[in-house]
Design a protein around this ligand. Structure first.
Ligand code: AMP
Length: 419
């Protein structure tokens, strides 16, 4: 496998799949440039090595071709500001302008292509089928799209001499720009620095963790976290279960959970997780108390209850004060910490203090030498909300990609570079 650190970019045109799927405000200004900043070291490396750069990305979820609100043109100022280099733009990633501008690139120059998802070929999912389309029509549309997808990939590949994938967030998708294009660069394909760092961080936690290793799994439902919980049980010494999931476990064991989130169809699964943990000697840590509310609202009345004895009309929306202390103590006694999912409805300040206590404990453990990896959309949003992102070891940029990689699935974007 080629490495970005040793590859000779001199005189080469590198096409880089970046993740510029950034949030924009109503004036189309970038409101959070984290992903743009993340891509800068890879771009600078190519330019410093005497190469030129073609950037390609998606933005949002356009479903019917070009739409101004999803145009990557809006982000040019933010890229230029972070990169310190002028960025040219091609307003159609398949257009004559894109081909010409790519061909004319000189060392040190940067070209950004318009949103790849203005074409259905990027994702390879047929668009515009009537709601009542038959299976036959769907298969027909898919076949036609496969043909035109090949041309789409070929054209993108024709712009460059080297392919770099630096978009971890979409690495779990077998899209044109994240996976298929790699075949056109058998000897000139590699990961960018974002991808390298992500894979290294996850591998270091999953393959060779310092012990004790705790995973904190929060969020809303058991059903959405079951695969990752089962996978983690092969690796961890203990699991802290927080968030809405708590009440499915408590109810499955005969507890009273009032109006809390609860999935009766997952009772058997919850009980089998507990049995498996016992078999394997994994410590399962639950919140002994809950901060309960009489409505799912910032204005609700609140009181603390045992998390297995919540009165009717009340629901657990955060961990209680005893659990804050016991979670924090447990976290601080560990050497590897993986955190996925908030332990309460942290979006409302009233129910964010449990999640904040978890974040504070992770920060303290990290300062004392533990390795901490925060991954999955909502725990990343939480650590950012508390302004603590730079006080943990690593904050992953990938939600779905991170979970699938940890579950042991092969990510198409990773496999395409490695093969
Ligand atoms: P997930 O995407 O599964 O990680 O879920 C994240 C969501 O879980 C966040 O929006 C939280 O507000 C929500 N959540 C966390 N704890 C609870 C709870 N006790 N009851 C309901 N929702 C919760």
């Amino acid at each position: 496998m080629k490495s970005i650190d040793t590859y000779d970019f001199s005189g080469k045109r590198a096409i880089i799949r970046v993740d510029f799927n950034v949030p924009l405000n109503e004036n189309f200004e970038v409101t959070d440039d984290t992903r743009i900043r993340a891509a800068i070291p890879t771009i600078k490396k190519v330019l410093a090595g005497g190469g030129s750069v073609i950037l390609m990305s998606h933005l949002g979820r356009p479903k019917n071709g070009p739409e101004d609100k999803f145009s990557l043109r809006h982000i040019i100022p933010a890229v230029e500001k972070n990169l310190g280099v002028k960025v040219d733009f091609a307003g159609d990633c398949m257009g004559e302008e894109a081909a010409r501008k790519a061909a004319e690139l000189k060392p040190g120059q940067v070209l950004l292509l318009e949103n790849l998802r203005f074409y259905a070929e990027e994702e390879g999912k047929p668009r515009g089928l009537p709601a009542d389309a038959t299976d036959e029509q769907k298969a027909e549309a898919k076949k036609a799209l496969k043909e035109s997808q090949k041309k789409f990939v070929e054209k993108l590949a024709s712009y460059a001499d080297v392919y770099i994938n630096d978009a971890f967030g979409t690495a779990h998708r077998a899209h044109a720009s994240t996976a298929l294009i790699a075949d056109y660069f058998p000897n000139d394909k590699m990961f960018g620095y974002v991808m390298e760092r992500e894979l290294k961080a996850i591998d270091s936690v999953m393959d060779n963790p310092k012990r004790p290793f705790v995973a904190i799994i929060g969020g809303s439902k058991v059903s959405s976290k079951i695969t990752i919980i089962e996978k983690l049980m092969e690796k961890v010494d203990s699991l802290i279960i927080g968030g809405g999931m708590t009440y499915t476990f408590k109810a499955a064991q005969g507890g009273k959970v009032g109006n809390s989130l609860c999935e009766p169809e997952m009772f058997d699964t919850a009980l089998s997780i507990l049995a498996k943990a016992k078999d394997k000697g994994i410590e399962m840590v639950f919140a002994e108390d809950a901060l309960c509310a009489d409505a799912f609202s910032e204005d609700a009345n609140t009181k603390e209850c045992p998390s297995n004895d919540i009165p009717d009309g009340w629901e657990g929306l955060d961990i209680g004060s005893k659990a804050k202390v016991s979670f924090a103590e447990h976290i601080k006694s560990c050497k590897t910490i993986l955190w996925n999912g908030p332990v309460g409805v942290f979006e409302m300040d009233k129910f964010a203090t449990g999640t904040k206590a978890v974040a504070d404990a992770i920060v303290e453990a990290t300062a004392n030498g533990a390795y901490s990896l925060i991954g999955g959309g909502d725990s990343v949003a939480a650590i950012n909300k508390f302004g603590l992102a730079d006080k943990v070891s690593y904050v992953s940029t990938g939600g779905g990609a991170l979970l699938e990689y940890m579950e042991g699935k092969e990510l198409p974007g990773v496999a395409a570079i490695k093969k």
